[in-house]
Design a protein around this ligand. Structure first.
Ligand SMILES: *Cc1c(COP(=O)(O)O)cnc(C)c1O
Length: 481
């Protein structure tokens, strides 16, 4: 048998990995655009043309096919003209660790399946907890911020139920804002809360939760005879990259004795920032926190963690099974506190990265990304055509093509076609969103090696594409009133 990785196939493993790495490295050297520009129809044809019931072609041919079919058309986050979503370039030591964990194939559920893997993950959770200011903290690696937020909402619900006997699911309320990640709503549904359970607290002009408005909202919850089981603050909103005032929010939560969950999926890079760590002041007073290392620590997907201030809180979720993690186990079993059973050893990637770079270097890289955003904001502040629409604490840029004389309706109508045209050209990938009810373009900067000139180049493409789209649309616009 040469298909499976064993002692007898170690040489095949070496040959396979070398060929694979060489092919991917070649793509890195030769790829000059963030996307091939292939149409959806074309890609669909390519995928449909593969005969999954055909005879096996061997590993080398299958890997070559993947290179031609998938890697060639992959959306290339590593390209300086990829500026769309919260995807980062990956740290080399993490890529090495990914290869290790795929081959060794550790599952971090029970100690007897993972041994040192469990200890590595627990040490890294403790490191993260330490950075958050949780000396007695605990937690677990998760598949992403969505799962971490679900675990936060679930734990807060269990805590409320343990705290106030007789609470009914329909009484429970979660307070968040319109800028909170949608996974908070999903989590509330999944844990069985009422459809109106998530109440949105008013925000300031940058979309940050207002602590004074939170206090009022909590009084309204009490007045309505319901029970606030959690406040979800966001450290780095997905659209604007703004950090809620955590200390002021923690004051209100303490006064009302409410569980504070901080969603730092995006903002967790601040934990190692040499100059901006203060933006997270107050996070040490949260009961639970979401961190996404695959957004801010240059980790390959997936790498995220759910962290609590008191490790003992995790017991609210503990479950035991005779065959896996019996109650009387004297070994640490991470499955006790995870929503997953079989689980990737993602912690190894961050572990290797920290050992290779050290946290200070990671913090410098994160800061360089934010400095780049500061530079782009300054560029746009003086731009005659591209209007900067929002401030950020982190690295997003919200803007719209709207030279003087172009009315709002026509400027808004340009947003979607400009994004689409850029993607179709393969020359730049930018995102779009809606701000204060109007569409706009969005850049998310997560690559510290991107230069201001690279971003300026993309902004020029946006300007030209928008002007061309407008010129094409002009005759139509003139006949339609
Ligand atoms: C990205 C994001 C999430 C979701 O995290 P995933 O890792 O994509 O599941 C949650 N909250 C915030 C603020 C985010 O930006």
């Amino acid at each position: 048998m040469t298909e499976l990785l064993h002692a007898a196939t170690a040489d095949d493993y070496v040959a396979t990995m070398r060929a694979t790495v060489d092919a991917v490295a070649h793509r890195f050297r030769t790829t000059t655009r963030p996307f091939s520009g292939a149409s959806l129809e074309h890609l669909q044809e390519l995928v449909d043309a593969v005969d999954l019931d055909g005879p096996g072609q061997g590993t080398a041919a299958a890997v070559r096919e993947v290179d031609e079919l998938v890697v060639r058309h992959a959306v290339w986050y590593h390209d300086p003209a990829y500026l769309a979503h919260l995807n980062c370039p990956v740290a080399l030591p993490a890529v090495a660790a990914e290869a290790v964990l795929a081959a060794v194939n550790t599952s971090v559920d029970t100690y007897d399946q993972s041994g040192i893997g469990t200890l590595v993950e627990r040490r890294l959770v403790a490191w993260t907890a330490g950075r958050l200011g949780f000396p007695a903290g605990g937690g677990v690696f998760t598949s992403g911020g969505t799962q971490s937020n679900l675990q936060g909402v679930l734990l807060a619900r269990e805590h409320a139920r343990a705290d106030v006997p007789g609470l009914r699911a329909e009484d429970l309320v979660v307070l968040a804002t319109a800028s909170s990640h949608f996974s908070v709503q999903t989590a509330a549904r999944l844990v069985g809360l009422a459809p109106d359970a998530v109440r949105l607290v008013p925000t300031d002009e940058d979309g940050r939760m207002r602590a004074d408005a939170l206090a009022i909202a909590l009084r309204h919850v009490e007045r309505d005879g319901r029970h606030a089981m959690a406040v979800v603050a966001t450290a780095g909103t997905t659209d604007r990259g703004c950090v809620d005032p955590l200390a002021a929010i923690a004051d209100v939560c303490d006064a009302h004795d409410v569980w504070l969950h901080v969603d730092a999926a995006y903002g967790c890079g601040l934990l190692v920032s040499p100059t901006r760590r203060h933006l997270l002041d107050g996070v040490e007073r949260a009961r639970s926190v979401t961190v996404d290392f695959h957004k801010a620590f240059f980790q390959p997907v997936s790498s995220s963690a759910f962290v609590v201030r008191h490790a003992a809180d995790l017991r609210l979720l503990a479950h035991h099974h005779d065959y896996l993690n019996p109650e009387d186990a004297d070994e640490p079993n991470q499955v006790d506190v995870s929503l997953q059973t079989t689980r990737r050893f993602d912690a190894l990637k961050l572990w290797t990265t920290l050992r290779a770079l050290g946290p200070d270097r990671l913090g410098e890289l994160w800061d360089a990304t934010i400095d780049l955003a500061v530079g782009v904001h300054a560029l746009l502040a003086d731009d005659p055509d591209l209007r900067l629409l929002a401030r950020t604490d982190l690295s997003t840029v919200l803007f719209r093509y709207q030279p003087d004389g172009l009315d709002d309706a026509r400027a808004d109508a340009l947003v979607a076609p400009v994004r689409r045209a850029l993607l179709a050209s393969g020359r730049a990938v930018v995102a779009r969103t809606v701000l204060d009810g109007r569409p706009c373009l969005k850049l998310t900067l997560l690559d510290p090696t991107t230069a201001l000139a690279d971003v300026r180049h993309v902004l020029e493409l946006v300007r030209r594409t928008a002007a061309d789209t407008l010129a094409d649309a002009q005759p139509l616009a003139e006949v339609t009133p």
